[in-house]
Design a protein around this ligand. Structure first.
Ligand code: ADP
Length: 251
């Protein structure tokens, strides 16, 4: 579904990603773990075309994200191409970024109406279905200010799901929440993971959650993938000292 190849990324002098290859198979759930500052978010944002790599390529369903080869030359992708590629990816952020002046329902119908150009009724039908999935069908006409952090984050998840992406990036979606609200959001993600053939890239510090949901754990540090494998392999039998000491913090 997704191929990262030889990805490097620098911000000015700072090289954040130092050569990463990663495949995400259709329907696969990958948990990306690692210390803060190791480049996880940057890797996720690239898939959403919010960051460009300094070098390397990313393809989704064998199509490159930014650049297309034409008669041997690399040319930049057109806006139309980017638009189409972006629609394959959904992303949920640490901060929910809901529109405060719109109801829950309008927040979720906005993209289906403006991007997919769905009729109002169809967009609403889809949105209500997604809001039901995240347990918020009774909040359709509320404004975000009236919702808890966990509820806002569930609206943000519904808003991404409604676009029916092939792959979803969840970027530390519980980090900004009060501890008692974390569970409800993780449970919603677990449900989605269970019922879907959608691929997921879960950037998370919730190790128990990663162990339960992910097919594969990828551990990155200092801009490289250090170790990857099944949850049992990585959590029960870590090989590298880097991962062993990282996991100590969660014991
Ligand atoms: P992680 O998600 O693993 O915590 P990030 O991908 O957020 O790591 O960040 C990796 C490094 O890149 C950090 O040192 C961060 O400060 C830096 N960084 C991220 N985005 C930018 C940016 N837009 N400009 C400059 N530095 C950035």
């Amino acid at each position: 579904m997704v191929r990262y190849r030889s990805i490097q990324k620098s911000f000015g002098e700072l090289q954040v990603i130092k050569g990463i290859d990663l495949d995400i198979y259709p329907g696969e759930k990958i948990a990306l773990i690692g210390p803060s500052g190791s480049g996880k978010t940057t890797l996720g944002r690239m898939l959403m075309t919010l960051e460009e790599p300094s070098s390397g390529t990313i393809t989704i369903e064998d199509e490159p994200l930014w650049q297309m080869e034409k008669k041997g030359n690399l040319v930049r992708a057109s806006e139309k191409h980017l638009h189409r590629m972006r629609s394959k990816v959904g992303m949920v952020f640490q901060h929910f970024n809901l529109f405060p002046h719109m109801t829950v329902l309008r927040n979720v119908t906005l993209a289906p109406r403006s991007v997919l150009r769905l009729a109002k009724e169809e967009a609403e039908e889809r949105a209500v279905e997604m809001l039901r999935k995240v347990g918020l069908e009774n909040k359709l006409h509320e404004y975000p200010a009236k919702l808890s952090g966990g509820q806002k984050q569930r609206v943000a998840i519904a808003r991404a799901l409604v676009m029916q992406p092939k792959v979803m990036v969840f970027d530390e979606v519980t980090s900004a929440l009060d501890p008692e609200l974390v569970g409800e959001v993780l449970n919603v993600i677990k449900d989605i993971a269970e019922d879907g053939n959608m691929a997921m890239l879960l950037i998370t510090h919730e190790m128990e959650f990663a162990r339960e949901v992910a097919d594969r754990i990828v551990f990155g540090a200092e801009g490289r993938i250090v170790e990857q494998g099944t949850p049992v392999e990585l959590f029960e039998n870590p090989q590298s000292d880097r991962l062993k000491s990282f996991l100590q913090r969660f014991r």
